[in-house]
Structures are given as C-alpha cells and as structure tokens.
Design a protein around this ligand. Structure first.
Ligand code: TYM
Length: 326
C-alpha cells in the first residue's frame, strides 16, 4: 500500500515562536513516522511583506535550521525552500485562473496583513500559492494551526473546481489541526493569537529564546485579577493559555495542572510554566547549536533538486489537463 502524502509549509521570518512549534511543527515531526512527508520553507510567501533582503537571507537559513533542530529529518522527508522549485509558482498561476476574486476578498489573513503592511498582488494571491503548495505533490493531509483553516477551505474548493472542469487530478486534502495548541495566544493580549508580526516582542516566546528571556516573558504575561489557576478560555484566557502551554510541554493534563497549581497564586505558576518551556525547548536549542550552516545549505539544495524532479512529473499531468502539453 502506498503511504499517504503530508505537506506543510512555514514562513521563514526569524521570529519562529512557540505557537508555530506547538500548533504545527511538533506534528510535522511526529507525522514523519507514518507518512511520506514534504516540508517546505515558504520563502515566496514571506516576501509578500516588506523585508530587508540581507536579513531575510539569514532568517531563511535560520528557519531551515530550527526545523531540522526540531526534528524535521531531511533524510526521511522532502525538505526544501519553496523558491527553488518553480513548479510551485507555475501551478499557482494555473490555479489563479480558476480562483474568484470574490473568494480572495473574503480571506481574513489578507485583510489583517493588508491593514498592517499595505496591500500588494502577492499578498492578495497568497492563498492561491498556498493551494498550489499543497496540491503540487497531491497531498492528502496538511498539518497546520487553526489560523490556516480558511486557506485550507479555499484549497479544497479549488480541488473541486479543477477536477470538475479538467478531470480528476487532485485528491481532497484534509487539514490536521491539533486539539490543543492549534491557537497559542499572545502573552500580552490573550484574545489574539501569538504572532510573528506583532511589534511587541513580549507578546511571544521564540523557539530560540534563552532561558532568562523565557522567564521574563512569562513573568510579564497578562493574566486576570483573580488568583486561581483554572482553565476557562472565555473567562480566564490568559491563565488558560499558560495552562495549555504547560500541558503541551510537559504532557501533564489540564486537570492535573489545575490540581497542582490551583491555589498557589499566579507568580508561582508562571515560574513553573517558564521552567517547563525552557526544558521543553532545551533539546531543540542544543541541536540547533550543533548544526553547520554550510551543511544545512547543502541539504536544502539537495532537497530542492529532489523536489523539482518529483514536482515536474506531477506538473506534466496538470499541463496536459489544461491544454498546455507538448
Ligand atoms: P506561518 O508561517 O504563519 O505559520 C507556520 C505554522 O504555524 C502555525 N501557527 C500557529 N499555531 C498555533 N498557534 C499560533 N499562535 C500559531 N501561529 C502560527 C500556522 O497555523 C502554521 O501551520 N500560510 C502558512 C504557510 C504555508 C503553508 C502552505 C502551510 C504556505 N504554504 C501549505 C501549509 C500548507 C503560514 O503563513 O504559516
């Protein structure tokens, strides 16, 4: 039996945070045991907001290293930079011709980002490139955090439209969204998701933050005016977010965390969360330090070469379907 294909992508922004880790990355790593996994550093998506080219080049390598340090295994999974596989953009163009602008206008991430960074065509068609990423290798499943749900729905609509118009080519991809960790919230505004684009750095914990920074961030995390450590997303979003983070890093259940820290006050609890996060990220940090930049760059080039070969086979089928063969 052939194994199912998993695809996912992550933008290299230099600000990879524990939301990226808990919502997506950890699942990527686990899925490698069972599936044919394809993981992509989506650099073309990242340049839809203004970036310093020199810094970006460094961030891109850093992101590749963080993913490898977290457990993405280039020997087992296909792992590469999106920009080095031009079939992504070719398929995005083709899918763009069957995407309605009405549907793109409804994308909430576009609206958010356009408000903050200004609008451009790349940002607008971002979800179409994401659909192309997923469909290029005929992915069956896509591990993502909750914020990508709407983009997945667009992808699924495009599968239906393409297959209906040109014949069955793409399987219907299913999102894999974790029960817990799919939406890690900002430490400063627990009603908003933790985001790499938020200017206030104290709103997030970066995967590569040192222990002291992690302690400081958690100490300053916004909670509420009560003192009880209790999970209640609606009434106590700050504390609930911290409970969830702790639960994910230690494996302890929400109930056992409530039982252990319930009446001990927030200060004590926040210190314990900090130690759990530090311990949870420690292996990743030490793996990261061991990685050699030139070796990672070489792995990424090899990944791109394999990805191009694999993608080309699939793209030939698409070209044929739409009348672009030969
Ligand atoms: P990106 O780079 O913003 O985020 C990478 C992954 O992290 C998840 N994530 C979160 N999960 C939980 N809590 C949070 N606060 C949080 N913030 C981010 C995201 O859901 C994502 O899974 N458009 C995508 C990248 C992409 C992609 C793809 C994903 C491009 N092509 C194809 C899957 C398949 C994005 O911007 O992710």
């Amino acid at each position: 039996m052939t194994r199912k294909t998993v695809f996912s992508g992550l933008q290299p922004s230099g600000n990879l945070h524990i939301g990226n880790y808990l919502g997506a990355l950890r699942n990527w790593v686990k899925l490698q045991e069972e599936y044919d996994c394809i993981y992509c550093v989506v650099d073309l998506h990242a340049i839809t907001v203004p970036l310093d080219p020199v810094e970006f080049n460094t961030d891109r390598l850093e992101a590749a290293k963080v993913l490898i340090a977290a457990g993405v295994d280039p020997e087992r999974s296909l792992f590469y930079y999106q920009s080095q596989v031009p079939q992504h953009t070719e398929l995005a163009w083709i899918l763009g011709t069957i995407t309605s602008t009405g549907q793109l206008n409804r994308m909430t991430q576009f609206k958010d980002k356009a408000d903050r960074a200004g609008s451009n065509l790349g940002l607008y068609s971002y979800p179409v490139l994401m659909a192309a990423d997923i469909l290029l290798f005929r992915a069956d499943a896509v591990p993502v955090g909750e914020d990508q749900k709407q983009h997945l729905e667009l992808t699924r609509d495009l599968v239906e439209r393409f297959n209906h118009r040109f014949g069955d080519e793409f399987p219907m991809p299913e999102p894999i969204i974790p029960d817990k960790g799919a939406r890690v919230m900002s430490l400063q505004d627990p009603t908003a998701k933790m985001s790499k684009f938020e200017p206030d750095e104290s709103s997030r914990i970066l995967i590569l933050d040192d222990p002291d920074t992690i302690r400081q961030r958690l100490k300053g995390a916004v909670t509420d005016s009560e003192t009880e450590v209790r999970y209640d997303r609606a009434e106590k979003p700050g504390v609930s977010n911290l409970i969830e983070i702790m639960s994910l890093f230690t494996g302890a259940s929400v109930e056992s965390i409530e039982a252990e820290f319930g009446g001990g006050g927030y200060g004590n609890f926040k210190e314990a969360v900090a130690e759990a996060v530090i311990a949870g990220l420690a292996p990743l940090r030490s793996n990261y330090k061991e990685l050699d930049d030139a070796e990672v760059a070489r792995l990424m080039q090899r990944g791109a070469l394999d990805a191009r070969t694999r993608a080309e086979g699939f793209q030939q089928a698409v070209r044929k379907r739409v009348g672009l063969a030969g």
